[in-house]
Design a protein around this ligand. Structure first.
Ligand code: UD1
Length: 342
């Protein structure tokens, strides 16, 4: 069965995608330098699927290591490229760290595959839309000036990929623009492992609920939204993982839209911060302690995706709702308390 290179395959979205690839009969080959993940994730994957994925520990910024790996792996037919730094605030503090890592890894991979046919799925983000003029936002909406170096790495990486695919016929590329990935695998054996204080809403909620953090701060309740808090399109990480399998399948059968394409990956509905808090409380029975604080710099007011293109052309749609997302995130937080990954 086809061997698919999964860079960043021990990370949050990567690990869930490895599971879904295995479930679909593919053989994922994981490359990760473990800079923001834990090697124990590989055993956790084995507990879910019965197969510990093949693993290679090296840094994709090391051009020689990438070339050596590719030379030794002639039967890889697809690449799903997750490996990247992703903390918005850190990217503002250390832009060069972000540009160096996120660009060199991508360029080294593309260069190493310049003479081989390859199906390439890229991990992009709805951050490329900024605050869209119209909601739900479609893939045809203009890309807005990035609010952070992190966001800029996603925008420029999409340009690098579309230009490279246009110039050389061997690359078939799809960029998936994720909305807000949350939740964990239903077994609670894999999930998000944030380093330090979580910057994202749902990991903060679960850590607050379990007593690792203090009260949650709702960043702003004076937005022009139904309840005043900011609105996002939250997508269950397992649904998101399945979108990658769908993208690989689309590339395998040949994308009629050509050799570069983009898809929104969300549920198509928005939830406010206060709705997420309520959904957590209702679906878990655990009360949260929260307070209203000022807006967070750089946040957009509201964004949710039009997912009709993904539904029709990718043959994928999200199946899990906000209650599933909250329940699974909570189950994972509880699992971690008893089974810290080493
Ligand atoms: C950000 C990035 C996105 C990235 C994602 C995952 C931008 C514009 N968005 O999404 O590209 O893929 O992180 O790293 O750069 N909130 C609170 N209290 C908290 C934490 C968050 O109220 O303690 C609110 C935020 O203001 C926001 C919502 O919750 O309205 C979601 O925030 P977060 O989970 O950080 O994701 P985004 O900022 O939407």
């Amino acid at each position: 069965m086809s061997r698919i290179l999964v860079t960043g395959g021990t990370g949050y979205i990567g690990s869930h995608t490895v599971v879904e690839l295995q479930n679909a009969g593919y053989t994922p080959v994981v490359v990760d330098n473990l800079s923001n993940s834990n090697v124990g994730v590989l055993d956790q994957i084995a507990k879910i699927t019965g197969t510990r994925p093949e693993f290679h520990n090296f840094d994709l910024c090391d051009e020689g290591a990438v070339r050596a790996f590719v030379a030794g792996q002639p039967d890889i037919t697809g690449i799903i490229h997750f490996a990247a730094y992703k903390a918005v605030g850190e990217s503002v503090q250390q832009p060069l760290k972000y540009y160096h890592n996120n660009f060199f890894s991508l360029i080294n991979l593309l260069n190493a595959y310049r003479d081989k046919p390859v199906n390439f799925v890229f991990s992009s983000s709805c951050t490329v839309y900024g605050q869209p003029d119209e909601l739900p936002v479609t893939e045809a909406a203009p890309v807005k000036r990035a609010e952070s170096p992190y966001g800029n790495t996603k925008q420029v990486a999409e340009e690098i990929l579309s230009e490279t695919a246009a110039a050389a016929g061997n690359y078939q590329v799809v960029s998936l623009r994720y909305f807000n990935p949350v939740g964990a695998h239903d077994t609670a054996l894999i999930g998000e492992l944030p380093l330090g204080v979580p910057q994202n809403l749902v990991p903060f909620i679960t850590q607050s609920a379990i007593g690792k953090r203090g009260p949650i701060t709702v960043f702003g309740n004076d937005y022009n939204t139904p309840d005043g808090s900011a609105v996002r399109d939250y997508i269950h990480v397992v649904d998101l993982a399945k979108a990658h399998v769908a993208a690989i399948k689309l590339l395998e059968r040949g994308n009629p839209n050509g050799n570069y394409d983009v898809f929104n990956i969300g549920t198509g509905t928005g939830n406010s911060v206060l709705e997420v808090i309520l959904a957590f409380e209702e679906s878990t029975g655990v009360a949260l302690n929260y307070r209203i604080g000022p807006r967070r710099t750089g946040d957009v007011e509201q964004v949710w995706g039009d997912v009709s293109k993904s539904t029709v052309e990718l043959g994928w749609r999200a199946e899990l709702g906000i209650a599933d997302m909250m329940r699974s995130a909570w189950k994972w937080e509880q699992y971690l308390q008893d089974h810290p990954l080493t």
